[in-house]
Design a protein around this ligand. Structure first.
Ligand SMILES: Cc1cc2nc3c(=O)[nH]c(=O)nc-3n(C[C@H](O)[C@H](O)[C@H](O)COP(=O)(O)OP(=O)(O)OC[C@H]3O[C@@H](n4cnc5c(N)ncnc54)[C@H](O)[C@@H]3O)c2cc1C
Length: 464
């Protein structure tokens, strides 16, 4: 028996029967996320069903110096859940139960493998609302959302996943079980360790359970899509609406994105006028007055030349179709093997930042198609470079890497982030220094050492 088969047998003994897989299809399926830059090559995939099994796996990994890769819905975009060096993938697919709901606290205790949409639907059934939302919500899991501090389309009103986590049960890289914050709204008893695991990309330990908060259900959500002539005008539109009303979303996308989505699915174009950019905004039309205010601001935008055309949703179907213009972009462009950048600056700096980035990208990628979209109301832009059909992926990614340096130097100049919400993983690891100082990175490494002394948790992700 080889060493690795003995190790695999030992691991299998910790799990229920059949909960360890080593067949090639399973290794390829669970060994990757949505990035296409690395070839999955895990040693095995395991499916614990209990917290005790997760602890046993971690202790075993420490004993045998095995690398563990936590795996949620594998919708990540930074190769943070990719296992390409003989690691053991720990999938939370079987820990997917909603354990407890408390109406007074508006809290739900969930296992890490609960799918985001499952929590959204559970909240709806209680007459409440889980506001973190994005196009992959039907597959992503809470453990993954928490470990990436996922954002999405409602951040402008509700904030990131972090805002909705009031308690965490984690198994650290040392194998200890910690219960962090226990659902409290207020708790001033020293360091809030929960926050380290939120956005930790599985490098400190496993999230096994989370207490999530719910909100009241928004009333009569209404969407407007505006055709906008220039990047700079997008921010004028945002400012004009925010001066008069509260928005639940403010997204943008380019004409190229609309062309691709409309060609790919049966989504109608928002209106006949062709414009280079589109703003999608959403608000609660709680009264006729709010609707009138929105129309008045729209007219102000047209008078100022910030908007060329617009449409407001009149029905649930129209609202869904308008949202699909934005929400279908990622899936639509995935066939082009896009190279994704997920960058952010504070909102006030967006216009100048965008001008600079646009100049670099137009000069350096003249032969590549660029699709812009993003959560511009949060200062977060998704810059997607589409791979030309004839170019080999390796050549394409190399060229993207060259331009990355210039893009990230600009991010640094504006004190922005090289990853607003997708995480660092492996794809952004070489660029971490553009957003974090050497001192900060040294502190992060020291923290990892405390929680994961033998480095078994997701090695090679975020930093080396
Ligand atoms: C079409 C599309 C649209 C998207 N839109 C958005 C968006 O608008 N906003 C946004 O923020 N993201 C977006 N994403 C990215 C992705 O969906 C999120 O990052 C999501 O939170 C990942 O969840 P997951 O369960 O799929 O995690 P995975 O991809 O499985 O893992 C992500 C990270 O979390 C770790 N992890 C997973 N489970 C655990 C656990 N139980 N304990 C510890 N660590 C764990 C993994 O090791 C990895 O580091 C999008 C992705 C796609 C494909």
């Amino acid at each position: 028996m080889t060493d690795s088969s003995a190790v695999i047998q030992g691991l299998a003994a910790l799990l229920d029967d059949g909960r360890l897989k080593t067949d090639a299809d399973s290794l390829a399926f669970w060994g990757c996320d949505r990035t296409k830059m690395y070839t999955p090559a895990p040693l095995a995939v395991v499916f614990p069903k209990t917290v005790e099994q997760v602890q046993a796996i971690v202790r075993y990994a420490n004993e045998h110096r095995l690398a563990l890769v936590p795996s949620g819905g594998r919708t990540g975009l930074s190769a943070s859940a990719v296992a390409c060096h003989g690691e053991v993938v720990v999938s939370f697919d079987l820990m997917n139960q909603i354990l407890k709901f408390d109406a007074t606290d508006r809290s739900v205790v969930c296992q890490a493998g609960v799918v985001t949409q499952q929590l959204q639907q559970f909240a709806e059934a209680q007459g409440l609302y889980y506001p973190v939302d994005f196009a992959s919500a039907g597959s992503s899991q809470l453990g993954g959302n928490i470990s990436t501090n996922a954002g999405g389309i409602k951040v402008i009103r509700y904030g990131m996943t972090r805002n909705w986590v009031s308690g965490l049960k984690v198994v650290t890289g040392a194998g200890d079980l910690l219960e962090l914050n226990r659902g409290l709204a207020k708790n001033a008893t020293g360091y809030d360790l929960r926050q380290l695991f939120i956005g930790g990309e599985g490098t400190l330990g496993f999230v096994v359970e989370a207490t999530m908060q719910l909100a009241r259900t928004p009333k009569n959500l209404t969407v407007m899509v505006l055709g906008v002539p220039a990047f700079a005008a997008l921010m004028e539109v945002l400012g004009a609406f925010q001066a008069k009303m509260d928005l639940t979303a403010f997204e943008f996308f380019s004409d190229k994105a609309v062309d691709l989505v409309c060609a790919h699915s049966n989504v109608p174009r928002p209106f006949a006028t062709a414009t280079p950019y589109y703003a999608l905004l959403e608000f609660e039309a709680t009264s006729a007055e709010v609707g009138e205010t929105a129309m008045a601001v729209f007219e102000e935008c047209v008078e100022n030349g910030w908007a060329l055309d617009g449409v407001i949703s009149q029905s649930e179907t129209q609202l869904k179709n308008l949202w699909r213009l934005r929400e279908d972009i990622s899936e639509t462009i995935s066939v082009f093997t896009p190279y994704k950048n997920d960058i952010s600056v504070v909102v006030s700096k967006v216009p100048h930042f965008l001008e600079d980035i646009d100049r670099i990208v137009s000069a350096e990628y003249p032969d590549f198609e660029i699709v812009w979209f993003g959560h511009i109301g949060d200062g977060n832009l998704h810059l997607n470079i589409l791979k030309p059909k004839e170019l080999a992926p390796s050549v394409f990614f190399e060229r993207c890497k060259t331009v990355n340096r210039w893009v990230f130097e600009t991010v640094q100049k504006y004190a922005g982030s090289i990853s607003a919400e997708h995480g660092v993983g492996m794809t952004k690891k070489p660029y971490l220094e553009y957003s974090r100082s050497a001192q900060e990175i040294a502190y992060m490494k020291a923290i990892k050492q405390v929680f994961d002394p033998n480095g078994v948790m997701n090695p090679g992700k975020v930093f080396d």
